[in-house]
Design a protein around this ligand. Structure first.
Ligand code: AMP
Length: 412
């Protein structure tokens, strides 16, 4: 048994899984670039205020889920629990002078939440996402929904549904929140302990609690649609029209609120349903007030994040790309020659590995078999041998001739 295991809720990405991660990353990058988005990578660590100001003091993320620590200078830092606040912080710091709207994406960045680990819920996980900064138009919201679906389609994941809601804006939301408070007043004993706590500070969160008793109760709760101001109603209507025109299957879900406080107007989630199990793959929405909260200029914006582990859990493992040639040392050959030979053929596009263990030729051939290379080159004191590992056929020649032979077969 291993003496140490990875920290709870955190996982090693093993070589057998890496090919699928690589392929999904390549596919996602292609899709993001095809929509005109530009890549951004923010640090894993941020100042705690970036999140305490943005996600809201009373959201679950801050209350229980953030990994925080003080650095040697005494500053409170956190391991990034989500991407949007960091991207907006970077926008304010570096990108304000860029032409609007600014379209940014991030690819497979690690996120950390000290949640109770369970299937599909980890303490370190990865998200890819996109943000459009500087547009308050519903077309921007629609584009982010369409983009999230395009990413999934690029991996062949089609059985998805978009859940859609609007949370109103600072003008109309307070009226709705007040109505929610009134609705839940006197029903405290029916709520789970978390919701009892949230009721005062963040009553919206009561709507999407997963506890059965809270869900039951929320079915009778008022929905935002009755409280929207005309601007929010128009925005929501135009968004739905745009999604319909693109053939996006969406379902309006008046209980959808999402975990973070900073959302305004649109919120959405992309879910996958299979055999009665609903898996949330991506979530996002509009966050018009966030840049200002973080000390930047007023910047309407929207975006989404998609969870890598959840998405890839729907796909079969991908075959790795094994090396094509093993460069073995026969009698009288030196490591210097093996390195030089491998370097030459790699430069021509061949995946080659050279012997580095000083083993007998027999042992080297055994390990070449185990590595499932289709060919081995055995360097001799003079010249070399090309061995086809499947047929066992061998060809002899000078090193140059054998290198040409290898490149002919495997090079590009
Ligand atoms: P959120 O940032 O909470 O809106 O989540 C966006 C997406 O990230 C979700 O739909 C999931 O796919 C993924 N996700 C969120 N939290 C976790 C977690 N603890 N473990 C794995 N994936 C997660």
């Amino acid at each position: 048994m291993a003496r140490y295991s990875a920290p709870r809720g955190m996982h090693d990405l093993l070589p057998s899984q890496a090919a699928l991660w690589r392929r999904s990353e390549e596919a996602f990058r292609r899709v993001f670039l095809s929509f005109g988005y530009r890549e951004i990578r923010t640090p894993v660590v941020e100042h705690a205020e970036v999140f305490s100001k943005s996600v809201g003091e009373a959201t679950d993320i801050l209350e229980k889920e953030v990994y925080s620590f003080r650095d040697r200078g005494g500053r409170l830092l956190v391991l990034r629990p989500e991407g949007t606040a960091s991207v907006v912080r970077a926008f304010i710091e570096h990108l304000q002078s860029e032409p609007y709207p600014l379209r940014l994406f991030y690819l497979n960045l690690p996120m950390f939440r000290h949640d109770r680990p369970e299937a599909g819920r980890y303490r370190q996980f990865h998200q890819s996402g996109a943000e459009i900064l500087g547009s308050d138009h519903p077309a921007a919201d629609a584009e982010t929904v369409i983009l999230s679906l395009s990413l999934l389609q690029a991996l062949g994941i089609g059985e998805t549904e978009v859940l859609l809601n609007t949370l109103g804006c600072p003008e109309c939301r307070p009226g709705f929140v007040q109505r929610l408070r009134e609705f839940y007043a006197g029903k405290e004993e029916l709520l789970c302990p978390d919701c009892r706590r949230r009721r005062e500070q963040n009553p919206l969160r009561l709507l999407d609690c997963k506890e059965e008793s809270c869900r039951e109760l929320s079915r009778g709760a008022p929905s935002t649609s009755a409280f929207l101001c005309s601007g929010c109603r128009e925005h929501y209507g135009r968004l739905r029209a745009l999604l319909r025109s693109e053939g996006v299957a969406f379902r309006e879900e008046p209980r959808l609120v999402r975990g973070l406080d900073y959302y305004t107007r649109t919120v959405f989630e992309v879910v996958h349903r299979e055999r009665g199990v609903t898996l949330s793959l991506a979530g996002g929405g509009r966050y018009d007030g966030l840049a200002e909260i973080l000390g930047g200029p007023p910047t309407p914006a929207c975006g989404f994040a998609l969870g890598t582990e959840r998405v890839l859990s729907l796909l079969p493992p991908e075959k790795e790309e094994p090396p094509q040639v093993f460069v073995a040392l026969g009698e009288g050959a030196t490591e210097e020659r093996a390195f030089a030979f491998a370097r030459k053929i790699r430069a021509r596009g061949v995946r080659a590995m050279a012997e580095v263990s000083g083993r007998s030729l027999r042992a080297q051939m055994r390990s070449a078999h185990r590595a499932q290379v289709p060919a081995t080159v055995i360097l001799r004191e003079e010249g070399a041998v090309f061995r086809d590992m499947e047929s066992g056929q061998q060809e002899e020649g000078t090193e140059e001739e054998i290198a040409r032979r290898v490149v002919e077969r495997f090079g590009c």
